[in-house]
Write a protein of this length. Sequence first.
Length: 343
Amino acid sequence: MKNILVTGGAGYIGSHTLIELVKAGFNPVVYDNLSNSSVIAIDRVENIVNQKIDFIKGDVLDKDLLKQTFKTHNFFAVIHFAGLKAVGESVKEPLKYYQNNVAGTLNLLEVMSEFGVQNLVFSSSATVYGSPKSLPIFEHFPRSCTNPYGQSKLMVEYILEDLCKSKAFNAISLRYFNPIGAYQTGTIGEDPKDIPNNLMPYISQVAVGKLQKLSVFGDDYDTIDGTGVRDYIHIIDLAKGHLKALEYLVKGDKDNHIIGFEPINLGTGSGTSVLQLVNAFEKATGQNVPYVIVSRRAGDIASCYASCDKAKSLLNWQAQFDITRACLDTWRWQKNNPMGYQS
Ligand code: NAD
Ligand code: UFG
């Protein structure tokens, strides 16, 4: 059984990925400082998979603890979710973001080097494409970012590219589009600490009565109904994408093949507007989601959706779940846990 270090494994995407890893016979070891998550998420994953999950409370900035962790486990690969992700906060506190996301990754890469671990799956983002010149977005499109969060992801991609040129190292950079939904048990899901920045958790918190109404950021974009269009991908599909990436690394290892730096989009390939998502949520759940149109949010683009050809051809992966299923799963999680993991 291969040991996989999962940094940030207690978070939203990490916790769902743990389930897929265990189901496929990997042994995930979670390393998380719980700065944006709860250990309850790990307990709930243990209930779902009916198995204990190794958990280390640690910070990727703590190099000594990282080394200790590598010394006591023989890791085949690292899935590196640990990172801060609030765009607005990153504009106000850029150093915190560069320190955590860039310096944290450098630490991890140095320790991986020291212990001869050469396989990485990195959590990148569609944000690295900035304002795309056309749609769908392909992996070879030019990259640019306008905020420190996005820059931190882009910087890590550059670091990984250089590292892969310098020696035998495999780095699959998964560029996520917009993850939504929750595991079907309704016991784990997205649990934003403050008022949600992202659309889906905002919608579900309005539906559960925690927030009054949704502010729709602009209805004058050049889109189907004037509201922003994004590629919403079910969290279980996203989690399975990580498993496929890992299996690709295992195959590369068996064939003695160096993969190098490989950026891969994980999305569905189609776009949904804000109002379409609100309508889909209302229809799927029977809940009312009052909203008001307000002005555009600074830094937002009109439309963004992925080409998923590369994920299909290289990883044999494509998204299975639709928006209706994601709305139902989100709602099950939200209504069972109105205050998130603290409910
Ligand atoms: P999350 O905040 O739920 O999970 C991140 C986890 O990392 C948290 O459990 C947090 O406690 C942990 N963490 C943060 N800094 C750490 C550190 N220094 N040391 C150890 N642990 C640390 O976020 P998520 O939505 O699960 O995102 C996971 C990754 O995917 C992040 O890197 C994020 O930037 C990236 N990403 C997310 C989205 C999205 O919309 N959710 C989109 C694109 C990319
Ligand atoms: N929106 C609203 N009201 C809200 C929140 C969002 O109208 O309260 C709109 C936005 O204007 C946008 C759409 O809903 O048109 C989606 O917004 P999100 O904030 O949910 O998602 P973004 O596409 O802006 O950004 C997300 C993550 C980024 C990541 C990016 C690409 O927040 O970190 O997806 O993966 F980089």
